[in-house]
Ligand binder design. Structure first.
Ligand code: TXA
Ligand code: MG
Length: 351
């Protein structure tokens, strides 16, 4: 299959949106498109064949459920039932935007979309390209991140092309995304709202609407390791992962820089291709190493924006070992560190 890459002009969306995109979706085919968080791989959420195509294109296990994207809150009761008041309050405050809600599903939502779960994940993206695609197609769009399973989520159309060329008919190129990390997921089907995945919308913001909100314990789990010896393979959870072995160092920043320099030098001396994941504040403190700044420590949103692209860049340079700094976990830092720890398979060293 040939993959068409179609660039849209955000100043002239109506004129430059490819009409074929909506047609493809209506036919049960797939279209990758930008959202404010990451690029999504979209298909008709109410068609099991479309969901199966999504899993096949990504190489993703079909028990991992998809997020359904909508353009209007009217769609909420069409897809979900027993919607608690809190869901409407969150929708009012954060939609359209980077928030996904887990609710009890309506029977019309197929098991193929929800991975067999009785619940459904729903999000209303704020990116005008995504909103227009949903409206023009008349389809609720099931869309996971448009990466091959296990790779970092795509933050520009080139990343999607890299992973899915030849596997899907169309990619809409709307430029680089503004946020760079996937949406915050809140489960509203239990006694208290639970954050299943931290994102750009922080727990403090969710609590300003629903004060009893907590993190799911799995989110803040940290399997700490004070050595860099690989742990039992079965214990490793790798996701968002670069191909090289990533280790994160945390503690006093000056000590972290010194330790990263030493570990990286030692591996380089053994003949390995080595890279350092640093920040604007520290990138010039390393010597004789390949260093990439992922963003500004003072503005962690910049780290969020560039994290996945930086992990992909390490793959392109063929880095076998990557040594990285950690970042403060306040605000959006919680989401940044959640992705970074997963990318490192929880290989975290306390300095
Ligand atoms: O920002 C985003 O959310 C992006 C853009 C494209 O919207 N989408 C995205 O989708 O990140 P994906 O498939 O990569 O991640 C969806 C996550 C998965 O971890 C999945 O397990 C979880 O949402 N999820 C989906 N439905 C669920 C459900 N019913 N219950 C619990 N978790 C669910
Ligand atoms: Mg994903």
């Amino acid at each position: 299959m040939e993959t068409r890459l179609v660039t849209v002009d955000r100043e002239h969306l109506r004129e430059t949106m490819p009409a074929e995109a909506a047609e493809l979706l209506r036919e049960g085919e797939l279209v990758a498109f930008p959202t404010e968080t990451v690029y999504g791989l979209g298909g008709d959420a109410l068609r099991p064949d479309a969901a199966r195509r999504i899993y096949a294109a990504k190489g993703r296990p079909s028990d991992n459920p998809l997020i359904v994207h909508i353009a209007d809150t009217d769609a909420l009761p069409v897809l979900a039932r027993d919607i608690p008041e809190g869901a409407w309050e969150l929708a009012e405050r954060f939609w359209p935007g980077p928030l996904t809600m887990i609710l009890h599903k309506q029977p019309s939502v197929p098991d193929a979309t929800t991975g067999g779960l009785p619940t459904v994940a729903i999000r209303m993206p704020s990116d005008p390209v995504a909103a227009m695609l949903i409206r023009e197609s008349g389809v609720y769009i099931a869309a996971p991140s448009a990466n091959a399973s296990g790779r970092p989520s795509p933050t520009c159309a080139e990343h999607v092309y890299e992973d899915l060329q030849g596997r899907i008919p169309m990619i809409i190129d709307g430029g680089s995304v503004p946020i760079g990390l996937e949406s915050t997921i809140v489960d509203l089907t239990g006694e208290i709202p639970l954050i299943l995945r931290p994102g750009f919308i922080t727990i403090e913001e969710i609590r300003s609407v629903l004060p009893t909100t907590e993190y799911d314990p799995a989110v803040i789990r940290r399997v700490k390791d004070d050595t860099i010896v690989a742990r039992a393979p079965g214990m490793r959870y790798r996701h968002y992962a670069p191909k090289g072995e990533l280790t994160i160092f945390e503690g006093d920043l000056a000590k972290v820089v010194a330790r990263v320099q030493a570990e990286a030098e030692a591996k380089a001396a053994q003949g390995y291709r080595v890279a350092v994941l640093a920040s604007e504040e520290t990138k010039d403190r390393y010597h004789g190493l390949t260093v990439r700044s992922v963003g500004d420590r003072e503005e962690e949103a910049t780290v969020a924006t560039h994290l996945f692209a930086t992990l992909r860049e390490f793959d392109r340079m063929g880095a076998e070992y990557i040594f990285g700094e950690s970042f403060p976990e306040a605000g959006v830092g919680q989401a940044v560190m959640n992705r970074l720890m997963k990318a490192a398979g929880y290989r975290i060293v306390e300095v």
